[in-house]
Ligand binder design. Structure first.
Ligand SMILES: C[S@@+](CC[C@H](N)C(=O)[O-])C[C@H]1O[C@@H](n2cnc3c(N)ncnc32)[C@H](O)[C@@H]1O
Length: 356
């Protein structure tokens, strides 16, 4: 079932055009420090691959179920084709994979830019221009089976307001919410990362610029506490360490690091150009110089010490009890249902014992 599009034509017009700044293109609609040009599309698609590789099941450890096809954490709790919303969908690649996974699903992706998504989409999938920080969402309340939000750090100043809307639009009892973020600050357990490294300096300056912008790159609030306060239940927060370089012996981690490293090479300019020039008054030349230094340091091909422990800390919200951050909303009604199921199981157990 298609979602209705009440977007005014002037918003569509803005969302499909971009303005040029420092050799990159930025959406005319909304206020976002990330570009929406062809390079950004490639970057986001590589980043999506990084996430699916990171989240897919571990063959070495089959008992440890990480996610459903590397896309979301917990199995959906609905008996009919699901209704799914992706906040800040970017190129729409997650929605496309979800449409393949759930034929018949109604999948809606919202983003400020409508330049990055394919023209032809699977039936049931739609991308619409929407500022997710708008107080009104113009969607049926209590209607979504899954709401997904990945890497909106640096784009949101009031997480509580966004979470409130998520809460209002999830199906009571069964609706699930996943929020995934990366904390880009590198850390090095064996202190092999020098304090004066370019990557350390880059991260500090970029974080400072996003602070000045009023939208921290990594949320500073206690998000699990905020979710709890809003009424979400079954909240799980998990973190996973992602190696910056493929230094680990473990093949799975090595592969994750390869994809992360590749995605960071295009993320370095994408994430820093607008914040440093707009909010920290750097010149384009200064940013380019620092970015070139960082690339020399992180680029796999230029890496001398393959065992140097340059890792980044990776905080996410995911819907799985196994990994990263997990949030699940359950209404009182569902809690009761779960209680009754548990009671019936207990009863069945007792009956079985008697029969035995
Ligand atoms: C880092 S990208 C992540 C894209 C996608 N979630 C993914 O993980 O592949 C952030 C996206 O959020 C969009 N965005 C930023 N601020 C937004 C807002 N206020 N409302 C809707 N989309 C926004 C940007 O246009 C960009 O496509």
């Amino acid at each position: 079932m298609a979602y209705s599009d009440n977007t005014p034509p002037e918003i569509w017009a803005k969302a499909t055009t971009f303005f040029s700044e420092n050799k990159r293109g930025y959406s005319e609609y909304g206020d976002c420090p990330l570009p929406c040009d062809d390079d950004e599309q490639d970057r986001q698609d590589i980043q999506h691959k990084f996430f699916t590789v990171t989240r897919e099941d571990d063959n070495q450890d089959p008992g440890r179920r990480r996610s459903v096809n590397g896309l979301h954490a917990r199995p959906l709790l609905c008996n009919e084709p699901p209704r799914i919303l992706d906040l800040g969908c970017g190129t729409g690649i997650w929605c496309i994979d979800m449409a393949d996974l759930y034929p018949g699903a109604s999948i809606l992706g919202w983003d400020l830019s409508m330049r990055m998504q394919p023209k032809l989409m699977a039936s049931g999938m739609q991308c619409l221009p929407k500022d997710i920080t708008d107080p009104t969402w113009d969607l049926d309340l209590n209607s979504m089976d899954l709401i997904h939000m990945r890497l909106l750090g640096g784009c949101v100043s009031d997480w509580c307001a966004v979470y409130q809307n998520v809460f209002k639009h999830l199906k009571p009892g069964t609706g699930l919410f996943e929020h995934i973020e990366i904390d880009y600050r590198p850390f090095s357990p064996d202190s092999s990362l020098p304090e004066n490294s370019s990557i350390e300096y880059w991260t500090k300056e970029v974080y400072r610029a996003y602070e000045q912008y009023g939208k921290p790159l990594f949320p500073k609030d206690d998000l699990p506490a905020m979710l709890k306060h809003l009424g979400f239940t079954d909240i799980t927060h998990e973190e996973q360490e992602i190696p910056y370089h493929p230094w680990p012996e473990d093949e799975r981690l090595k592969n994750i690091a390869r994809w992360f490293n590749l995605s960071m090479q295009s993320a370095i300019p994408a994430m820093s150009l607008a914040p440093l020039t707009r909010y920290s008054n750097w010149t384009l030349e200064q940013v380019e110089k620092l970015n070139a230094d960082v690339k020399m340091e992180i680029c796999i091909s230029g890496m001398q010490e393959s065992h140097s422990c340059k890792a980044t800390k990776y905080h996410t919200f995911l819907l799985s009890s196994w990994q990263l951050r997990v949030c699940k909303y359950r209404s009182h009604k569902a809690a009761q249902a779960a209680f009754w199921t548990a009671s019936l199981e207990n009863l069945a157990g007792k009956v079985n014992q008697r029969v035995l």
